[in-house]
Design a binder for this molecule. Structure first.
Ligand code: SAM
Length: 123
């Protein structure tokens, strides 16, 4: 599974992003759920395994401050590409970090964290 996500610019990573850009019924509405929970808790949001930014970008666009962590530079490259096309105010609200969540060290604490769409083997 690691190789699937690791090949920068690979068709697999691009296809993954395209596939999840239009969420199917299994995950429809999950961004709204994370948005609601984050606002109830307050503070900055930490998304573990943020991938290409499907959720992190949406939450930052909605005005929330988000840190997205992923260990795949290939996935983060797509997230950064999408972030670069958004207004500066959104770019300021989202920080993308390449780290393995099992050894996460951001030097600070977050109010809430989530690990969406990740198999139990990764979270
Ligand atoms: C299916 S994607 C989920 C993307 C995003 N959370 C979403 O819901 O759209 C799974 C992601 O988990 C990342 N991942 C897996 N194990 C990880 C780990 N130990 N630390 C950080 N990221 C990890 C992969 O690189 C991949 O980008």
């Amino acid at each position: 599974m690691d190789q699937f996500y690791e090949k920068a610019g690979s068709l697999f990573v691009e296809a993954y992003d395209a596939f999840y850009s239009t969420p199917g019924p299994q995950i429809a509405g999950d961004v709204a759920l994370y948005d609601r929970v984050a606002r109830e808790i307050g503070g900055d949001i930490l998304e573990l395994a943020c991938g290409t930014g499907r959720i992190a970008l949406s939450l930052a666009e909605a005005g929330l401050h988000v840190t997205g962590v992923d260990r795949s530079e290939a996935m983060l490259t797509i997230a950064r590409r999408k972030l670069a096309s958004l207004p500066a105010s959104v770019q300021e609200r989202l920080t993308l970090v390449n780290q393995d969540m099992s050894a996460l060290n951001l030097g600070r604490r977050s109010a809430s964290s989530s690990c969406p769409l990740a198999p139990s083997s990764t979270c």
